[in-house]
Every structure is written in C-alpha cells, then in structure tokens.
Design a protein around this ligand. Structure first.
Ligand code: PGA
Length: 272
C-alpha cells in the first residue's frame, strides 16, 4: 500500500488491532536505526507471523528518515511509521511546525493527535486537535486521537463527561464515514508513565463511552486503544477485552526486542 493510503481496517467485529509505540522525545537517528532493526528482526522471526498493518512506531520528527530507511526492504506492512503531532495547514509561516503533508512525504501512515502531554505543556485544545484530525483525514493519514481524564477529573467523577467532550469535539466536523475511520486512544493522564495502569474493566468501560459519542455505525467501526503504563506483562489483559482494539505504548516501546514481545503478546491475546 502506498504511503498515504489509509491503514487497513475492516468494520465491526473485524476491527484491525493496532499496537502503537510513542517514542516521545527519545532517540537519535542512530538509536532509531538500531531499535527499528531489532524490532523488525524480532517480529519477522515470530511464528505464526505477525499479521500486516498491526504494529506502528512513532519516532520524533528527526527520527523519521532513519526509521524509514531501516524499514526499507522489509514488508511495508510489518511495521508502519507514524508521527506524534502535526499542523493542520499544508505549509505556511508556522515556525517550528510540521505539516501532515510533510509527514506523508516522510513515509508516515498515521499521526498521534491531542496527546495529553501536548494538551498539558503545549496548549493543545479540543479545537486545535479537531482541526488536526480533519486535516489528517483529508490527507489520508490515520489520526490516533488521544483522550482521557486527569486524576482530579477522575476523583471528581468527571471521567465520562471529559471523554464525551473530547470525543465530541474531535468528531464534530466529520461525517460518519470519517468518524468511523478514526483510532481513539483512551489514555487516562494519571496512568501515563506512572506504572499505574487503569484496570482492564475501566479501560473497557471508557472505550464504550467513547463509542457512544459516535453514531451507531461509526462507533462500531472506530478503533479504541488503551494507553498508560502498558507493558509486556499487562498487554494481554487489555487486548483480550472485546471493546479494546490495541494499545498505545510509551516507555515500553523504546526497546526494540521488548516492544516486539509486547506486540506479539497483545496480538495473540486479541486473536483468542
Ligand atoms: P507510557 O506512555 O506507556 O509510558 O505510560 C503512554 C503514552 O503516553 O502514550
């Protein structure tokens, strides 16, 4: 499939699983090359084979060329390439920004949008995230839309309201077909990088709340990942939940062999 084509995903119960790695602000080009090579050789050696289009890695912008080169010559569906953010305009006077068109040009198939670290530290809002989502869809980039409550919001009983607001605004300008093509990542802020993952039951309930914000058909088709302290040891708990289609992994995606083991464990759990 050419860069820019949507990641394969069949509707309903056939939603394609996705194990996505978010490298955040880690790894030089040389480290990227080494990690991708290790990841690819571990995945390629797995039997039964890891199905196409189910593992995604999102390095920092500067790592994309090295990652693309390390993936050249491999099955282009074995490890997909994504980015961690984008601007909604194609080009322009936006110092420091990178556009979705540039990400496509760099070989990306997907882009993380609205991560809580961008919301907390870089003024990302529901409105800016929505503009990015619409622009990504228009380009054929798969948006992975991050939503989730803070600890204070959870303790105040606001989890469902926060998810409803974040999802509702992300899809407000989209038709049902586009909304159904989205990937959401339920990432409770208190679970990110803390070692305190949500329970599988809570993550599953959050996935139901997310889908309930979409019209029937798009809710059935949209994929929902869980993110927040996912490790090889707990990935199966999440991916065996029927409502959860995969995971978005930060810290545990930085080690190539470890991330391959995590992906294999998660995808096996999903198949059972
Ligand atoms: P973590 O990060 O796996 O290190 O908790 C997840 C994320 O921020 O996407």
């Amino acid at each position: 499939m050419a860069a820019g084509a949507p990641v394969a995903g069949s509707p309903g119960a056939g939603r394609t699983p996705l194990v996505a790695g978010n490298w955040k602000m880690y790894k030089t080009a040389a480290q990227t090359t080494a990690t991708i090579r290790t990841l690819v050789s571990a995945l390629a050696a797995t039997s039964p084979a890891v199905p196409a289009g189910m593992v995604l890695v999102c390095p920092p912008f500067t790592g994309l060329p090295a990652a693309r080169e390390a993936l050249a010559g491999q099955d282009p569906e074995l490890v997909l390439l994504g980015a961690q953010d984008m601007h909604w305009e194609t080009e322009g006077a936006f110092t420091g920004e990178v556009s979705g068109a540039m990400l496509l040009d760099a070989g990306c198939r997907a882009v993380i949008i609205g991560h809580s670290e961008r919301r907390a530290h870089f003024s990302e809002t529901d409105a800016s995230a929505a503009r990015k989502v619409a622009a990504a869809i228009a380009l054929g980039l798969l948006p992975i839309v991050c939503v989730g409550e803070t600890r204070a919001e959870r303790e105040a009983g606001l989890t469902a309201a926060v998810l409803a607001r974040q999802v509702g605004r992300a899809v407000a300008g989209l038709d049902a077909n586009a909304a159904g093509s989205l990937v959401f990542a339920y990432e409770p802020v208190w679970a990110i990088g803390t070692g305190l993952a949500a329970s599988a039951a809570d993550a599953s309930a959050a996935a139901d709340i997310i889908r309930a914000q979409l019209t029937d058909d798009s809710g059935r088709r949209a994929r929902v990942l869980y993110g927040g302290s996912v490790k090889t040891g707990n990935v199966a708990e999440f991916m065996s939940q029927p409502a959860i289609d995969g995971v978005l992994v930060g810290g545990a995606s930085l080690d190539g062999a470890g991330f391959a083991a995590l992906a294999v464990a998660g995808l096996r759990a999903r198949r059972q």
